[in-house]
Design a protein around this ligand. Structure first.
Ligand code: AMP
Ligand code: MG
Length: 348
């Protein structure tokens, strides 16, 4: 009788396990077909992968939101709020909550980095023209003139009125180093509000993953080999619910006489930042901060960059130095798979 009871319980357990397994499988299969979409927005290629029956709607809403943010913050759109601020120095320009938040955060990072991260970088960005057909190495005195206008302390903000004013004629804001991070967080909000539990977003190097893959494994995010163009991965990191934002010298650049002139400019020298890093990847939960930090640390370099990192909780970094060394912050040691032997793991 005892044996029969045991057999009965065992059979019952097997049945329960099988029913649960089938139910899980059905659930997974239902949501397993992802929807993939690619478009060009905010000056970069945007890719999304969303799992779920309402995936197309989420992608449409996300792309619409990105377009909205681009229309507010692009320096290339004459009707944008940023263009309005830039063309009306000396005037308090009322902006909407998106634009105000991004400018406010950019100024915070300017303060944190002693102006290395500098949203007033506009005149210098324009002078170099990197990423445009007008890219060139400017003359020394042109750089000096432009630098006179690169001063974030001349950006006046009024929190009550949500107005922004540039104090000097010729100044201009450029939010290229931070707007995509804000936008990625907005996409995450749209995805999460729709109760989707699994999605991937790549906004030209600003990667954000929501949840894990439907099969229960983490997302594997590739780290770009900074010596090559897009698509060459030299390492990968397994993540769930995280953002990985990279600033690198390979994103936008031109080459002249064997020298690479890239798009991240050092406001102290007026030239592309040369801090010993080829790229800086920030791994954390919010893309907004990650974007500002990746640019900041890229300019500050490994020593000062890691010092800044220590002041902020919950943020990890992977830095690649010019001699192909990899520096990892303590929280991601052992989490990174290095796929190319040219790169050597260095201590902090
Ligand atoms: P990211 O790819 O996020 O590192 O941002 C690079 C972009 O930020 C450039 O293409 C410029 O539009 C802008 N930028 C360049 N230098 C700086 C700087 N020192 N501070 C803030 N933004 C910058
Ligand atoms: Mg950035």
């Amino acid at each position: 009788m005892k044996v029969a009871k045991k057999i009965y319980i065992a059979v019952l357990l097997i049945v329960v396990v099988m029913i649960t397994f089938t139910a899980c499988q059905n659930k997974r299969e239902n949501g397993t077909q992802p929807k993939d979409a690619t478009t060009f927005l905010m000056g970069t290629v945007v890719q999304m992968r969303v799992y779920g029956s309402n995936a197309q709607e989420i992608i449409d809403n996300s792309f619409a939101r990105l377009r909205e943010i681009e229309n507010e913050m692009s320096t290339n759109i004459v009707s944008s709020e940023i263009s309005r601020i830039n063309t009306h120095p000396g005037e308090d320009i009322k902006v909407n909550a998106d634009t105000y938040r991004v400018i406010k955060k950019a100024v915070e990072y300017a303060n944190l980095t002693n102006g290395k991260f500098n949203p007033a970088i506009g005149p210098l960005v324009k002078l170099w023209g990197i990423g445009t057909e007008n890219a060139r190495v400017p003359a020394e005195d042109e750089i000096k003139e432009a630098l006179k206008l690169v001063n974030y302390q001349w950006i006046d903000l009024d929190d009550e009125q949500m107005t922004v004013m540039l104090e000097k004629q010729g100044m201009s804001l450029d939010l290229g180093a931070i707007a995509k991070g804000y936008a990625a967080d907005e996409v995450r909000r749209i995805v999460k509000d729709s109760r989707v539990v699994s999605a991937y977003v790549n906004l030209g190097g600003n990667v954000l993953v929501i949840g894990e893959k439907p099969d229960g494994t983490p997302w594997k995010v590739g780290i770009q080999d900074p010596r090559h163009n897009r698509g060459n991965v030299m390492a990968s990191i397994d993540v769930r619910d995280k953002t990985l934002v990279t600033s690198g010298n390979y994103e936008r650049y031109f080459e002249m006489d064997g020298v690479i002139y890239h798009h991240i400019l050092d406001p102290d020298t007026g030239y592309p930042a040369d801090s010993g890093l080829l790229s800086c990847t920030i791994i954390t939960t919010d893309s907004f901060d990650a974007d500002a930090l990746s640019t900041s640390i890229f300019i500050l370099g490994p020593a000062k960059g890691l010092e800044l990192l220590e002041e902020i909780d919950g943020v990890e970094a992977m830095l690649i130095t010019k001699d192909l060394g990899i520096i990892l912050s303590s929280g991601i040691e052992g989490e990174v798979d290095i796929l190319n032997d040219d790169f050597q793991l260095n201590g902090m």
